[in-house]
Design a protein around this ligand. Structure first.
Ligand SMILES: C[S@@+](CC[C@H](N)C(=O)[O-])C[C@H]1O[C@@H](n2cnc3c(N)ncnc32)[C@H](O)[C@@H]1O
Length: 343
């Protein structure tokens, strides 16, 4: 039998090899970031031997890693063959406060994150998170509560993304008449800080897991908001601070399954006055969603068993909790504010 491979098939084979090796490339980038090489090269070029010395790495293997990375533009290999400088792509990974790409790289570089993706098959077979299976039975929320390094990596990554989009939320919604806000599961406080900075008549409260409270307090202390906020430790399954004009919950519902989301929304409803307003702020997936949004959605499943949903699903869940969506406000391509009121 003669084997026939036409040009188109060869092209597809090559493309598939590149896709399959994408995992290796990503891992190589993680490792270079983890060793702090983008930061070292920000201060000037270095030889492989110097970088190995500075990072405690095995020089020959580090050289091969950097050479491989430089083939697709991460780091610039100099003509002498053993000196490297920063490239536009590697500069993106340098650590600067609030740099979403570098904090994301550190989040993805953690072995527990990588291990969870390694067990994606479990998620696809069961619809559940693969995190626990891949990490000796420890769920994501336990690890990010008890392990200081995991806690730091996760919250820094969340905060960097949140910082970028929170200013957009503060601008997109009309806060006239609002005096008190409770941001449920407010993370390190970037949304509350953006709202309080933009709307100086507003005071706010963050409800967060107790272990996150000191991080949020430290972050908010850097903003010029003294006396206008408090960070309350608690659990949104048990109690949400009562009586505010406005409640917000941003990118926190997507971590849970439908029934659990309804339970969280019911707790918020319990805390609301008859005239309080709730803003559900979530990324939505629809027919227009791009590759990045779709893979971010898979990440939610892998880590915590959550998912991004179409806007209509959030409306249904809000409805099931006895609230009513009165309008939707777009913030960016994927981010939506669903304004909900009590019936
Ligand atoms: C994906 S992060 C979003 C944080 C923030 N709203 C933002 O937009 O960056 C989800 C947040 O939910 C918080 N969280 C998880 N379980 C919680 C609970 N039972 N009670 C209160 N907060 C919780 C986490 O600590 C985390 O900060």
């Amino acid at each position: 039998m003669t084997e026939h491979v036409d040009t188109a098939d060869k092209g597809a084979n090559k493309e598939m090899v590149e896709l399959l090796q994408g995992a290796w490339r990503a891992r190589a980038i993680h490792v270079a970031s983890e060793l702090g090489i983008p930061d070292l090269l920000t201060r000037g070029e270095h030889t492989v031997a110097e970088l190995a010395e500075l990072t405690g790495a095995h020089a020959e293997t580090l050289g091969r890693l950097l050479r491989a990375l430089s083939t697709f533009g991460v780091f610039q290999r100099q003509a002498d063959g053993h000196t490297y400088s920063q490239s536009p792509l590697s500069a993106v990974l340098a650590t600067e406060p609030g740099n979403a790409e570098s904090t994301d790289a550190r989040f993805m570089a953690a072995n527990w994150h990588w291990a969870a993706w390694g067990d994606l098959l479990h998620s696809v077979r069961t619809g559940e998170s693969s995190f626990e299976v891949a990490n000796s039975g420890v769920p994501f929320w336990e690890l990010t509560k008890n392990d200081p390094d995991a806690k730091q990596r996760f919250n820094a990554a969340m905060n960097a993304v949140s910082q970028e989009e929170s200013a957009g939320v503060a601008r997109a919604y009309d806060f006239s008449g609002v005096r008190t806000v409770v941001d449920v599961a407010g993370g390190l406080g970037s949304l509350l800080a953006a709202v309080l900075t933009t709307h100086t008549e507003v005071c706010g409260t963050i409800l967060e897991r107790p272990e996150i409270v000191p991080l949020a307090e430290a972050r908010l202390a850097k903003a010029d908001l003294a006396g206008r906020y408090e960070v309350v430790p608690g659990d949104f399954f048990e109690r949400v601070p009562a009586g505010a004009d406005l409640y917000t919950i941003k990118r926190a519902l997507h971590d849970w399954d439908d029934d659990t989301i309804v339970r969280i929304l019911e707790q918020i409803k319990e805390a609301m006055r008859p005239d309080s307003v709730l803003l559900v702020i979530e990324g939505v997936v629809d027919e227009e969603s791009d590759q990045e949004a779709l893979f971010r959605g898979l990440l939610l499943t892998v880590l915590v068993g959550g998912q991004d949903r179409p806007e209509s699903d959030y409306q249904t869940l809000v409805d099931r909790a006895g609230l009513r969506v009165v309008r939707t406000i777009p913030v960016s391509d994927d981010l939506r504010i669903l304004e909900a009121r009590r019936d």
